[in-house]
Design a protein around this ligand. Structure first.
Ligand code: DP6
Length: 311
């Protein structure tokens, strides 16, 4: 029995859109930070005849992990035996907290150990990316970039840009709904690419923001990182809202939290927010204002729970 743990991550510079659907090659580079208090543990062992996959005690009815294993065995010629896979997370699944990222990353790490593959971070992240592109960033912790110059599988891999210990920011998550999302990220991205008139401008602008954010991380410049992350979030939101039909992942409480965080910022508190394909708001702040941020978002009507995700 092999066990591996991975954390979900939150992208400060967003990935939204693919240049190759089946190989999950992103159309935009991204930068993430880990949600260290949230974790997925995956245990695997060789199964007698066929894959048996359970997620939080329930059989995986989506078939997503099975398809990924099939792809690794076929197209990537990995000699993976039938596996019994059991995965548990300590946070709500399919609610915009990147459970597929930590799930595929933990499984990739476990397979690497089981088969003695001894793969490096870049290679592991490429395999995890075939399951879910954001999983590539959960192979390691810290500030992680997922970038590639060409639209080929090999070019797109994750890289640690900075150790977490070198700039340990705080992250508080406002849970604004426990419901699962109605449209998967993959379907939403396809719709945005095919229908949003803002899509091309989004790809160009987000690449510029990626370069700015990478510089801000290297210089530990919170204000510059916050400005780039803000653009990336609102750029992605614009593309979602101008998709046809529009993608509505956020709810009224999400916008109320966003306003509360903006008000704190205007008072000089070092905090900014970002959201993904779900209504939860991730508030990123300097460590010294953790209690202030937590208390402020807890007071927003409609917020169901606040999770201190880092440290
Ligand atoms: C909004 O990685 O879940 O969270 O590659 O299709 O599995 P697939 O999508 P996924 O998309 C994440 C989108 C996002 C932004 C981000 O994490 O960069």
């Amino acid at each position: 029995m092999i066990s591996a743990v991975a954390h979900p991550n939150v992208a400060l510079i967003k990935y939204w859109g693919k240049s190759h659907d089946a190989l999950r090659i992103p159309a935009t580079p991204s930068i993430s930070i880990p949600l260290l208090a949230l974790r997925t543990e995956t245990r695997i062992e060789v199964a007698p005849t066929h894959d048996e996959i359970t997620i939080s005690g329930q059989p995986d009815t989506s078939g997503r992990i099975g398809r990924w294993l099939h792809c690794l065995r076929g197209d990537f010629e990995l000699d993976i035996p039938p596996l019994a896979v059991r995965s548990h997370s300590n946070f709500p699944l399919a609610a915009g907290l990147a459970s597929s990222a930590s799930g595929f990353a933990a499984l990739t790490l476990a397979i690497n150990t089981l088969l003695d593959l001894d793969l490096d971070t870049a290679s592991l992240s490429r395999l995890a990316r075939l399951g879910s592109a954001s999983a590539a960033r959960s192979i390691t912790t810290g500030f992680v970039s997922l970038d590639g110059q060409a639209s080929t599988h090999d070019a797109w891999r994750a890289r640690k840009a900075l150790d977490w210990e070198d700039w340990p920011l705080g992250v508080c998550v406002a849970i604004c709904s426990h419901a699962s999302k109605a449209v998967s990220s993959a379907d939403g991205m396809r719709l945005s690419r095919d229908t949003s008139p803002a899509y091309t401008a989004w790809l160009e602008g987000n690449r510029r923001m990626y370069a700015r954010a990478a510089r801000a991380v290297a210089e530990r410049d919170f204000d510059a990182l916050s400005a780039a992350a803000r653009w990336s979030f609102f750029g992605m939101l614009t593309v979602m809202q101008t998709s046809d039909p529009p993608l509505r992942y956020l709810n009224a409480s999400t916008f109320a939290v966003i306003q509360a965080i903006d008000a704190l910022r205007e008072q000089g508190v070092p905090v900014f927010f970002t959201c993904d394909a779900g209504p939860q708001v991730k508030c990123i702040h300097l460590p010294e204002c953790a209690e202030l941020v937590e208390a402020r978002i807890q007071a927003v009507p409609g917020v169901q729970e606040v999770i201190r995700a880092c440290p």
